[in-house]
Write a protein that binds this ligand. Structure first.
Ligand SMILES: [Zn+2]
Length: 274
């Protein structure tokens, strides 16, 4: 699934194509994609005629401000992606949102499984949205080791599960949580409360390094090709741990193992992650 690096790459691509452009028309053709609004028509009417201001990201959410105090909140879900195309290009199957810009280009949201969404919210609606419950962004809002260890203090849940909790730290999903724990040499079943400030510092450094490398490589495209760069290419990030059970650890050569933690597949080195 798209995680912070894939959403950041999407954001950068969309930013250059959309900021300061005026939306001349919008079409939303799947009610699930518009589920945080009253209707698909409400999303369309709130977008039409408005200029796009800043395009930001918090965790795995894209956040765009548009004229008159509206905020566009979008999430790629399991399989969603954005593409910028000229208006004559044929629509791919599962294109559920088409936003036509004043330069003739179109921003299209393609989402076969419809777990993603595009919503247009006012200030009150935004306050009640998932965005308001996010912890600091794992890339743009680095925490101190003290802050992270305080957030984990007293928690008996495995650190792997806590890293997926977007209210603690926002942006990590299954791939980059496994990669970060491998980088930090922390066993995924370690209780959160057992991560003191020293290991929290190592973990934060590993998170930053894993996310930075993934952003530079264009994100991670798995065999299912669910995530592709906005221009249609595959991301070139190669995980060290995620999905590599049975293969040798890049650090010590021990065969990596797989365990299920809170119903999420987890990949780790039984020797050098303690
Ligand atoms: Zn190892």
């Amino acid at each position: 699934l798209p995680e912070l690096p894939e959403v950041e790459i999407t954001r950068r691509h969309l930013e250059s194509a959309t900021v300061n452009r005026v939306i001349v028309g919008a079409t939303v053709d799947h009610p699930r994609t518009a589920r945080f609004n009253a209707s698909a028509a409400e999303v369309e009417s709130r977008l039409e005629g408005r200029r796009i201001g800043a395009l930001g990201r918090h965790g795995k959410f894209l956040v765009a401000t548009v004229d008159d105090g509206w905020t566009v909140l979008a999430h790629l879900g399991m399989s969603g992606r954005f593409a910028v195309t000229s208006d004559g290009e044929p629509r791919l199957p599962h294109t559920h949102v088409t936003i036509t810009l004043d330069d003739g280009n179109e921003v299209r949201f393609i989402d076969p499984r419809t777990f993603g969404f595009v919503s247009v919210l006012d200030e009150d609606e935004l306050t009640g949205s998932a965005l308001s419950r996010l912890g600091p962004d794992a890339w743009d809002q680095p925490m101190t080791a003290e802050t992270l260890s305080n957030r984990l203090a007293g928690r008996s849940a495995p650190i792997k599960a806590l890293l997926l909790d977007q209210s603690i730290i926002a942006g990590l999903g299954n791939i980059y949580a496994d990669e970060s724990l491998h980088g930090a040499q922390i066993h995924p079943l370690t209780p959160g409360g057992g991560i003191g400030p020293d290991r929290a510092a190592i973990l934060l450094e590993a998170i930053h390094s894993v996310l930075g490398a993934a952003i530079s490589a264009g994100g991670t495209t798995l065999d299912d090709l669910a995530y592709l760069l906005p221009d249609g290419r595959a991301g070139e990030n190669g995980p060290d741990a995620y999905g590599r059970d049975g293969l040798p650890c890049s650090r010590c050569g021990t065969l990596l193992e797989r365990v299920v933690i809170r119903s999420r597949s987890t990949h780790y080195c039984p020797k050098c992650q303690t």
